[in-house]
Design a protein around this ligand. Structure first.
Ligand code: FCB
Length: 453
């Protein structure tokens, strides 16, 4: 047994054990069947933006191989799958005329999942804004929020008979900070005012999509996914507590507060930039904080911070996180950060169901004669899944766990250098080779169902 019977019994019977991917990271076929370009096509084709100038032109060629990929998912006993749809396949220009071939692609893809008894959870925005909308101001423009609502409404109407789990946005933090403040992600901007506007419009677009969803009858549940990072203070000192306050706002409250409290956290102006006078309009915070059905949580790492007046560029916050155990991303590992995080959300923010919509780790996997012995990943996953049980024991309403990722894929600015999959991708041949962790996960799911039946 991977875990004790009593361990499995802590989970609800219908707990979702899944894996996750995102469109631009796996699909490829970027110019096929009428797909319009997205900001990630532009960004990855701009010299100096991604490692080795890699891009998602081909990626895992999932566009042509999804049947085979879903057979593999099924053979691993994984019956929940989180995917994202590419806005620019549906609306090549971001709005206006929809593209029948793009629509048909996701019809086929969703049907292929359902035929195999796999339940899709669909994310509408995993960072691939249609380039045409970027040209008219991207997320800095309020109009984009309304175009997103229209795209979302189209998706609910078109696929809502079959898709019952919807996620509006993946990680608004990354869109805002990595995309508009640090320039590490598309569209590659470095401007605090722009970041503030982008973050607000992403949230607004989420709320508008929720409203559109509630107006329909054939639908299931809707939520949003945030990347959250458990922040610990180095000590009880006032200086360290102050640093924790700042770093926790930067990582967590920045999006949790508007979504669940209907207001921006006090430090937001200082951390990003003050909002322009006409940015936040009278009804916006009410729209942003509309009730949702679940919250998706992506958890990878944690931090420990100390107050240090000398750390001028980071507002007196010094990162003192131990790096005794890190993944190939150099992200420090702490599984208890996940249970602490889930409990904190339940305590401070909301009692709605939570789902871990991403968790996993990159390691420098090596394929030796068709085997990838990724014991480090198994260890990482095992400890984080144990952390789920700790949260459940503490009374957290946790409904699912989607492991990142089903297969190795295009890891954004890191290109293909970082491998997060439980399935290994040989990019030269497009062969898929399940790693040891895939078989480990299969066994876990199998045992879970045996215990629960
Ligand atoms: C998350 C992203 C996902 C993947 C993982 C490693 O921030 O949502 O696409 O890149 O990190």
């Amino acid at each position: 047994m991977e875990f004790e019977t009593t361990f499995y019994q802590k989970f609800p019977k219908d707990f979702r054990w899944g894996t996750a991917t995102a469109a631009y990271q796996i699909e490829g076929a970027v110019s096929e069947d009428g797909r319009g370009p997205s900001i990630w096509d532009t960004f990855s084709h701009t010299p100096g933006k991604t490692l080795h100038a890699e891009n998602g032109d081909v990626a895992c060629d999932h566009y042509h191989r999804f049947d085979q990929d879903f057979d593999l998912l099924l053979s691993l006993g994984i019956t929940d799958y989180r995917l994202s749809t590419a806005w620019s396949r549906i609306y090549p220009q971001g709005h206006g005329r929809s593209n029948p071939q793009g629509v048909a692609f996701y019809d086929r893809l969703i049907d292929a999942l359902l035929e195999r008894g796999i339940t899709p959870a669909v994310t509408l925005y995993h960072w691939d804004l249609p380039e045409a909308l970027e040209a008219s101001g991207g997320w800095r423009s309020r109009d984009t929020a309304f175009y997103f609502r229209d795209y979302a409404a189209f998706m609910f109407q078109k696929y809502g008979d079959r898709v019952k789990l919807w996620i509006t946005h993946n990680e608004p933090w990354c869109t805002t900070f990595l995309g508009h403040l640090m320039g590490e992600h598309a569209p590659g901007l470095r401007d605090a005012k722009m970041a503030r506007a982008a973050g607000h419009h992403v949230l607004l677009s989420h709320g508008l999509a929720v409203d559109a969803f509630r107006g329909l009858s054939n639908v299931g549940e809707i939520g949003i996914t945030l990347n959250l990072n458990t922040v610990y203070a180095n000590s009880d000192s006032d200086a360290d507590q102050g640093a924790q306050d700042w770093a926790d706002t930067m990582s967590n409250r920045i999006f949790l507060d508007p979504l669940f409290k209907g207001q921006y956290a006090a430090l937001t102006d200082a951390i990003v930039a003050p909002a322009d006078p006409d940015l936040i309009r009278s009804d916006d915070m009410a729209v942003i904080s509309r009730p949702i059905d679940f919250l998706g949580v992506n958890y990878y790492s944690y931090s420990v911070v100390a107050g240090d007046p000398a750390a001028i560029t980071t507002a007196g916050v010094r990162d003192v996180t131990p790096h005794d155990e890190v993944t190939d991303m150099n992200w420090p590992v702490k599984a208890a950060g996940l249970s602490d995080l889930l409990q904190r959300i339940a305590r401070d923010y909301t009692s709605i169901p939570l789902m871990v919509t991403e968790n996993g780790a990159a390691y420098a996997d090596r394929k030796i004669e068709d085997r990838v012995a990724d014991a480090d990943r198994v260890s990482y996953l095992r400890r984080h899944i144990e952390a789920l049980a700790v949260a459940l024991d503490a009374g957290v309403d946790l409904r699912g766990y989607y492991l990142w990722s089903f297969m190795d894929n295009f890891e954004w600015a890191f290109g293909y250098s970082k491998r997060f999959g439980i399935v290994y991708l040989d990019y030269e041949t497009q062969r898929r080779i399940p790693k040891d962790s895939a078989y480990w996960y299969r066994n876990l799911i199998r045992e879970f169902h045996q215990v629960q039946s």
